[in-house]
Design a protein around this ligand. Structure first.
Ligand SMILES: [Mn+2]
Length: 495
């Protein structure tokens, strides 16, 4: 009996010890996690905001990585397709130069400007660039004009963008919400979700690797207050993807597009300079926007039907919404007194379920490199002009002269020229597109891989023997020389 009592005591005490052990274990494993995060370069708020005046990247200066770290730098570059090591060295609230025109610096704006929500979509963004975007908004906007910041996570996989991000932004002096997409949805649907959950009268869309400069917000909101159908973009300055140097963008270029429906910068034409009577501090009316950064009145955004929710990833949506703004009685402007920097990357780090292929089916980016199966060469416009023959050349994978678009009208187009054949077995010429089908109508068979010239009922073939650099049409023989692969071209990222 006594022995049994002993047993009970021993059991009870060991149970207590086991529980104590477990508690200690759990406690320390939590702490290990904290240490991990520190190693991965996740700064706590205090370290991140410590900002010696001569620290790396201060004043928008370039960051130079010492020789011994170059290898590691190159490795880290691959993660986000920009110099992550440099970015992590720079304070989250670094100082930037005031790059505005002198005439902008003392402009006065009305007190009762509409308040804005800032919507930022991110996918696997680096901590440093994302938070530098957020800090630059908070530090350089009057808080009376900031309704909130909405961070929309398009299904990121990185742990630090989960709870640590939520905990971090909770301590900021402006309300910051983190909204999660349930599955990878692409920029457009994520932006739409952010917009629908936000409440400010104005919605300002920013990219996740931006830095706003002094006085960026007021001139944008002032234009919208004057006319709510005005959609406004800042001047987009360049943050170097290599050094994170801040470089002022020009107020002398505006947005346009070419016949491949690529967004392009063009010089502001004289008529627009004249309209502003030469005052470069006045907003420029721009045909199109670059896409990533703009402010729009919430009601007007609804009125024009927001974004086309069928669009994936990015690309095309900026032109689409630009056309809609102009067609719906609105005005699209670049407000030259507002400057926001953006890290322009040379390649996209993103992947998307299903890949970025499927060129024939997608309506907005049917840009292809056309590649001959037998010779493995690509159609090339050889920088030739109208009424000249199209060329064929070794594929270089750099886009440029080897990008052709197969349009909804079944034209094969390079800029505003279309591939045209006017005689049997004839050479393939580049003529102004006439939209009448006729000699410019091509049928692509994605199973047989043939490009049939409908009028002649012949197939596009490799270069003829007479002229080794000019593709021709020949009777269809289903040989490999008449098979063409259309490969999606990944253009350098605009945003
Ligand atoms: Mn971007």
């Amino acid at each position: 009996m006594r022995r049994f009592a002993y047993c009970k005591v021993v059991l009870a005490t060991s149970l207590v010890w086991v529980m104590l052990d477990m508690f200690i274990l759990l406690y320390f494993s939590e702490c290990n996690k904290c240490d991990d995060k520190k190693e991965r370069g996740l700064p706590g708020r205090d370290d991140a905001l410590t900002r010696p005046r001569d620290g790396p990247g201060e004043g928008g200066k370039p960051v130079v990585i010492p020789k011994e770290n170059q290898e590691k730098m190159k490795e880290m570059f691959k993660i986000n397709q920009f110099n992550l090591m440099a970015s992590e060295m720079i304070a989250l609230n670094r100082s930037l130069p005031d790059v505005r025109l002198e005439g902008c610096k003392n402009k006065l704006y009305p007190d009762n400007l509409p308040r804005t929500s800032v919507v930022i979509v991110f996918h696997n963004e680096a901590w440093s660039t994302l938070l530098r975007t957020v800090h630059s908004v908070i530090d350089r906007s009057p808080h009376t004009l900031l309704e909130e910041i909405v961070l929309v996570d398009d299904a990121s996989e990185r742990d630090f963008l989960k709870r640590p991000l939520e905990q971090y932004v909770r301590r900021l002096e402006v309300p910051v919400r983190v909204v999660r997409m349930e599955q990878r949805s692409g920029l457009i649907r994520a932006r739409l979700k952010g917009a629908s959950l936000s409440t400010g009268q104005v919605i300002t869309f920013l990219d996740a690797h931006c830095e706003c400069t002094t006085g960026w917000l007021e001139p944008l909101l002032a234009r919208i207050k004057q006319d709510k159908r005005t959609v406004v973009c800042p001047i987009i300055d360049v943050i170097s993807d290599d050094t994170f140097e801040y470089m002022a963008g020009s107020d002398m270029t505006y947005g346009g597009f070419n016949w491949k429906l690529n967004f392009r910068w063009y010089p502001v034409p004289q008529r627009e300079m004249d309209r502003r009577k030469g005052d470069r501090t006045l907003p420029v009316r721009t045909p199109t926007m670059a896409g990533g950064l703009f402010s729009i009145d919430r009601d007007y955004f609804q009125e024009i039907g927001t974004y086309d929710a069928g669009m994936d990833i990015w690309g095309g949506e900026n032109l689409e919404i630009s056309f809609r703004i102009w067609q719906c009685g609105g005005t699209l402007e670049i407000v030259t007194c507002s400057h926001v920097g953006h890290v322009f990357r040379k390649a996209t780090p993103y992947t998307f379920p299903g890949g970025t292929g499927q060129i024939i089916n997608k309506n907005n980016r049917r840009l292809a490199e056309i590649r001959n199966v037998e010779t493995n060469q690509c159609l090339d416009n050889m920088a030739r002009k109208e009424n000249e023959k199209v060329g064929i050349f070794n594929c270089h994978g750099m886009g440029g002269n080897q990008v052709f678009s197969y349009t909804a009208n079944k034209e094969i187009r390079t800029d505003d020229l279309c591939l045209d054949v006017s005689k049997l077995n004839g050479p393939v010429m580049m003529l102004k597109c006439h939209h009448l089908k006729g000699n410019q109508l091509w049928e692509y068979d994605s199973v047989k891989l043939t490009l049939i010239h409908v009028n002649s009922n012949q197939c596009l073939d490799k270069a003829s023997e007479e002229d080794s650099q000019v593709p021709s049409v020949r009777d269809c023989t289903h040989t490999r020389s008449q098979q063409w692969l259309l490969r999606n071209v990944t253009l350098p990222e605009v945003f």
